[in-house]
Write a protein that binds this ligand. Structure first.
Ligand code: C2O
Ligand code: CU
Length: 488
């Protein structure tokens, strides 16, 4: 665990939860935040936008001066940022040059089940997978990552992950910071642990998975972001296996939340803290301030959020410095944040065609573990459903649903706070919570290929905290399931 060579070691600080925060030390965040390149694409005569991705092994300098064996898409780790417009047809050629099967899942994207990239769309070593679909959802910050049954945590931990940005007419016209890499900054936050020789340490997962003692942003530890504009937009992905972040700034400045997983909120929400659990995305806009550096920081979670004290090493009481923002002395002016953002029409839970309930407990959902040959239920296309999710464990879990973006109807019986009132595909469910979700199934049906729902703490997912549903036409029957289950 010792990490003398790291430029930045997470401090087990602030046991008292005090918010007095020393100004960030300048030397520690010496490297500039890398910005994942925008993926190259070509548009063919019929208007289809084509991308290629190659999953392969490489070596990355996560720690300065150290080479760490990693996996990435084209890059030595992570992958290029994919970008497409609502209404656009996209097609992918994905090659697997890794020594083992993988898959590529489009987290948050509404895609046909056979293109979803879940455990049923395994790409063998040396093979190519070519999914295609038409993007049809509001502008959002989505992401892509492997989803092979039983080894998702390892594949993501080794570096396979990237962002997928969707644009639409609203984001075209809205006065938000939108110059990629200048005032619109992708920020993939992960935690990693290293062995003495600089390799990723994959040993000793806790019950919440592999936890790192080093925060890695866009693939490097100890990054700073030079800021040259008055306002800066951060598109944050928690790409960690199991860690929960409670983000804010070191000087407690206010920021505005403008989007969650599935897109823009109705209006900006002023906040000083926001929790982001694994798989979730947020977009926030913050003022660069008075020329002094400020730290984006994960703060202690009050009362550990009800999580069992046995969750040893989870770090819920700890402070993690994530990214130092270093504003120029002279800043380019930014337009003020618009007071209204996007229309978020509410789904009406009273119209639900079905209600379902899910109990999260000890690596199982409703007492069952994932079986690739078991379909748990089958919503009918064109209907709305209400799902009640209860965490009846002492452990943290969250809940992710493929195919749809959902809305939180209520949380322990109360309407969701404004930060949770928009489109979501993953929601944190601390111990003891009960949360109702409304979602609508549209467009795609398939009697053979299911969508997944699962805990997005990747170890929990791998250990079977996942189930499957088909979306069917009215009266349609599921096809028999004959998937080989990879043995662990
Ligand atoms: Cu991001 Cu089923 O996963
Ligand atoms: Cu879990």
């Amino acid at each position: 665990m010792g990490l003398a060579a790291a430029p930045f070691v997470v401090t087990a600080a602030c046991a008292s939860g005090g918010s007095e925060s020393a100004a960030p030390a300048r030397g520690k965040f010496a490297r500039r935040l890398p910005i994942p390149p925008l993926a190259a694409s070509t548009v063919d005569d019929s208007g289809v936008r084509h991308f290629t991705l190659t999953a392969r092994a490489g070596t990355s300098e996560i720690l300065p001066g150290r080479g760490t064996p990693t996996w990435g898409y084209g890059e030595s780790m992570l992958g290029p940022t994919l970008r497409a417009r609502r209404g656009e047809a996209v097609a992918f050629a994905i090659d697997n040059e890794l020594p083992e099967p993988t898959s590529v899942h489009w987290h948050g994207m509404h895609v046909p089940a056979r293109c979803d990239g879940g455990p049923h769309q395994s790409i063998e070593p040396g093979a190519r997978w070519e999914p295609s679909w038409t993007v049809n959802q509001p502008a959002a910050t989505l992401w892509y990552h492997p989803h092979p049954h039983g080894s998702t945590e390892k594949h993501v931990y080794r570096g396979l992950a990237g962002l997928f940005l969707v644009d639409d007419d609203t984001t075209d016209t809205l006065d938000l910071p939108k110059t990629y890499g200048l005032d619109d900054i992708p920020l993939i936050i992960q935690d990693r642990r290293f062995t003495a020789d600089g390799a990723l340490d994959e040993s000793d997962p806790t019950d919440v998975g592999l936890l790192g003692d080093t925060i890695v942003t866009n693939g490097i530890a100890g990054a700073h972001l030079p800021v040259s504009t008055g306002l800066i937009r951060l598109r944050v992905l928690n790409g960690s296996s199991g860690r929960l972040y409670n983000l804010g700034f070191s000087d407690e400045r206010e920021f505005h939340l403008i989007a969650t997983d599935g897109g823009l909120l109705g209006e900006p929400v002023p906040l000083r803290r926001i929790q982001v659990s694994p798989g979730e995305r947020i977009e926030l806009v913050v003022a660069a301030g008075d020329g002094r550096a400020v730290m984006l920081r994960s703060h202690p979670i009050e009362g550990r959020g009800g999580v069992d004290r046995d969750a040893a090493g989870y770090g819920l009481e700890d402070t993690f410095d994530v990214l130092e923002l270093r504003p120029d002395r002279e800043l380019l002016p930014s337009r003020p944040i618009p007071p209204t953002l996007a229309a978020v029409p509410r789904l009406d839970p009273a119209t639900a065609a079905a209600e379902r309930s899910f109990e999260l407990r000890w690596f199982m959902i409703n007492g069952a573990r994932m079986d690739m040959n078991r379909i748990d239920f089958a919503p009918v296309v064109g209907t709305t459903e209400v799902w009640t999710v209860r965490n009846v464990d002492n452990w943290p879990h969250n809940f992710h649903v493929h195919d749809v973006q959902f809305q939180i109807v209520d949380l322990d019986g109360s309407p969701p706070p404004p930060a949770l009132a928009g489109w979501k595909d993953t929601v944190y469910t601390p111990p003891g919570t009960e949360i109702r979700l409304a979602m609508r199934f549209t467009d795609y049906t398939d009697a053979t290929y299911p969508y997944m729902f699962h805990c997005h703490l990747l170890l929990h997912e791998d250990r079977g905290m996942m189930g499957q549903f088909l979306v069917l036409e009215p009266g349609q029957r599921p096809a028999p399931m004959t998937m080989a289950m990879p043995s662990d």
